[in-house]
Design a protein around this ligand. Structure first.
Ligand SMILES: Cc1cc2nc3c(=O)[nH]c(=O)nc-3n(C[C@H](O)[C@H](O)[C@H](O)COP(=O)(O)OP(=O)(O)OC[C@H]3O[C@@H](n4cnc5c(N)ncnc54)[C@H](O)[C@@H]3O)c2cc1C
Length: 470
C-alpha cells in the first residue's frame, strides 16, 4: 500500500475491512454512499477524494436505492428521494460524479467492474443489517475496502466498549473535542471522471420507488419535512439564529417549536453532526446564544447521540428486551404479573385510541408529522409499557411504531431511546412501583404541570384534521 494511504488508514474514523493495495489497473476510487447521504462535511467522501488525489484517480460516488431496505416505506423514501438532487449538485461542486441505480441493475460489484474501481470507500452504520452487508461485501471484493465513521462527532472506534452512563461518557469524549470539533477543509477531486456515453444511471429527480410492486406504500409522506442537505442547512440557520438562545428553557415544551427538528436529516445523513455542532459554537462566538444554551444542545447532539451509536454497536439485542441491563430485566420480571388496566392492542395504540388525550396527541404527531417532540417520546414509550401485556411486547410495539412512522426511525437514537424509556438503559433504578418496578416513571399529570398540555393536544388535533382532509 502506498505510504500516504498507510497514513490515512491510521485515522480513527477508518476501519479497514479489506486490506491491500489499490488495484494497479484501477481507473477511479468509488465511494459507496449508504448512511452519509451528503457531499458536505462527509469524512467518507473526503477520504475517497484524498485517496483519489493521491493516486491520481477521479472519484465516483455511488448510491444504490434498494426496494427491500428493512422497515422502509414510502414516507422514508420520499424524504430520501428529495435529498438526492442536493447530493448531485454538491458533489459536482467537488468534481465528483454521483451515480444512483435501482434494482435490478444496482449490484455494487457490477458497478465496481464497469467503472474499473481501484478501491472502495464506504461509510458506517452500526445497525444489524447494514453492518452485515458491509461484512458480506468485504469478503467478496477483490480490492481494498475501508469504511469511514462519518456520522458521529467523535469517532466511535475510540470507545472500544459499551458506555453505560452519559456523565462518564462525557468525561471520555470531552477531552477529544479540540481534535474533532474543528472545521474540515473542503477538498476538491483533482481528476474528473470521464462519464462514458450511455452509462446507466438513474435521474435523481425522478421517483426512485416507481414500479416497486412489493414496496410498502401504506405510510404516506408528510408535509412537515422536506428532505435534503439544503433544507437542513436552512433549518439549522433558523435554529441557531432564532431558537438556540432559548433552547434550555423551551426544549421541554412540546407545544413550542423550540428544538432544531434536525433528527430526520441526521438520520438520512443529509447533514453532519459536525456541521451542526460548529454552527452552534459559532452562534456562541457571535453572541447569539449563551455558553449554557450551546452546552445544553451539544449534550443532546454529541453526548446522547454518540452514546446511542455506541449502544447499538456493542449491544447485539439493541432493539429488544435483551438489551436491558440485569437490574432492569430483574425488576420488570418481578412485576410481569402486575395487573395492567387498561391493556391496548397494537391497532388501538396505532390509531391513537386510548383514554389518555396527551398520549393520543403524541401518537397523532407521530402519525401525521413523522416526528415527535423528545419529551413526548419518553412519555409515549413509558405508557406503552404500562398498557402492554408484558415488557417484551411493549418493547416490540415501541420499535414497530417508531420505525414505521418516524422519519428519523430505524436509527440508533430510536433503539437507545426506547431502551432508556422502558428498559432502564443509560439510566439507574428509581422508586419501586407497579408494572415499572424501579424503571423511571413519568406521569401525565406531572407533565401537564411542566408545559401547556392543552395547547399541545389542540395542535395535534388540528394536525390530524388537516392531514385527514387531504
Ligand atoms: C422513546 C424514544 C424514542 C426515540 N426515537 C428516536 C428516533 O427514532 N430517532 C431519533 O433520531 N431520535 C429518537 N429519540 C431521541 C430524541 O427524542 C430525538 O432525537 C429528538 O426529539 C429529535 O428532535 P430534534 O432534532 O428537534 O432534537 P434537538 O433537541 O434539536 O436535538 C438535536 C439532536 O440531538 C440528538 N438528540 C436529541 N435528544 C436525543 C436523545 N434523547 N438521544 C439521542 N440523541 C438525541 C438528535 O440527533 C437531535 O436531532 C427517541 C427518544 C425516545 C425517548
Amino acid at each position: 500500500m502506498p505510504r500516504a494511504l498507510q497514513q490515512f488508514s491510521q485515522d480513527a474514523r477508518v476501519t479497514v475491512r479489506r486490506n491491500g493495495a489499490p488495484l494497479p489497473q484501477g481507473k477511479c476510487v468509488v465511494y459507496w454512499m449508504q448512511r452519509a447521504q451528503r457531499a458536505l462535511d462527509n469524512p467518507a467522501l473526503d477520504m475517497a477524494i484524498r485517496i483519489g488525489n493521491e493516486l491520481g484517480l477521479p472519484v465516483v460516488a455511488y448510491f444504490s436505492a434498494i426496494s427491500n431496505f428493512p422497515h422502509a416505506n414510502l414516507r422514508h423514501y420520499v424524504f430520501l428521494n428529495q435529498g438526492l438532487a442536493d447530493i448531485e449538485e454538491d458533489m459536482a461542486e467537488r468534481n465528483v460524479t454521483f451515480i444512483v441505480r435501482r434494482p435490478p441493475g444496482n449490484s455494487l460489484e457490477q458497478l465496481l467492474e464497469e467503472v474499473q474501481a481501484a478501491m472502495l470507500i464506504g461509510d458506517e452504520n452500526p445497525c444489524r443489517e447494514p453492518e452485515r452487508w458491509r461484512q458480506v461485501i468485504a469478503k467478496r471484493l477483490n480490492m481494498p475496502y475501508w469504511t469511514i465513521d462519518a456520522d458521529v462527532v467523535v469517532p466511535s472506534n475510540l470507545f472500544p466498549k459499551h458506555q453505560y452512563m452519559v456523565h462518564i461518557f462525557r468525561k471520555r469524549f470531552e477531552p477529544l473535542l479540540p481534535q474533532y470539533l474543528v472545521p474540515q477543509p473542503v477538498i476538491q477531486a483533482e481528476k474528473s471522471w470521464p462519464h462514458p456515453k450511455g452509462f446507466e444511471a438513474f435521474d435523481v429527480r425522478h421517483d426512485v420507488t416507481e414500479g416497486w410492486s412489493k414496496f410498502d406504500r401504506s405510510v404516506k409522506p408528510v408535509d412537515s419535512f422536506h428532505g435534503g442537505t439544503h433544507e437542513a442547512q436552512r433549518l439549522l440557520k433558523d435554529f441557531v439564529t432564532n431558537k438556540l438562545a432559548n433552547y434550555p428553557k423551551e426544549r421541554n415544551h412540546p407545544e413550542l417549536d423550540g428544538t432544531s427538528r434536525l433528527s430526520p436529516y441526521l438520520h438520512f445523513g443529509h447533514i453532519s453532526p459536525l456541521t451542526i455542532a460548529l454552527a452552534v459554537e459559532d452562534a456562541h462566538k457571535n453572541k447569539h446564544a449563551s455558553r449554557e444554551a450551546c452546552d445544553s444542545y451539544l449534550n443532546e447532539l454529541i453526548a446522547w447521540r454518540d452514546m446511542a451509536v455506541n449502544f447499538v454497536k456493542f449491544v447485539p439485542g439493541y432493539d429488544s428486551f435483551e438489551a436491558a441491563p440485569e437490574w432492569a430485566q430483574k425488576t420488570l420480571r418481578e412485576h410481569a404479573r402486575d395487573t395492567r388496566d387498561p391493556i391496548y392492542t397494537l391497532e388501538e395504540l396505532e390509531r391513537a385510541e386510548t383514554c389518555d388525550e396527551l398520549w393520543n396527541a403524541a401518537q397523532r404527531q407521530m402519525l401525521h408529522a413523522g416526528w415527535m417532540h423528545n419529551y413526548m417520546r419518553m412519555y409515549w414509550a413509558k405508557k406503552i409499557l404500562e398498557w402492554s401485556p408484558s415488557p417484551v411486547q411493549a418493547w416490540e410495539t415501541c420499535v414497530y411504531l417508531n420505525d414505521r412512522y418516524f422519519l428519523d426511525g430505524r436509527d440508533p437514537n430510536g433503539y437507545a431511546g426506547i431502551a432508556w424509556a422502558i428498559g432502564g438503559v443509560h439510566d439507574r433504578p428509581w422508586f419501586e412501583r407497579d408494572i415499572f418496578g424501579t424503571i423511571r416513571y413519568m406521569s401525565g399529570n406531572a407533565a401537564a404541570k411542566k408545559f401547556d398540555a392543552t395547547r399541545y393536544i389542540r395542535q395535534m388535533e388540528e394536525l390530524a384534521e388537516s392531514a385527514q382532509a387531504e
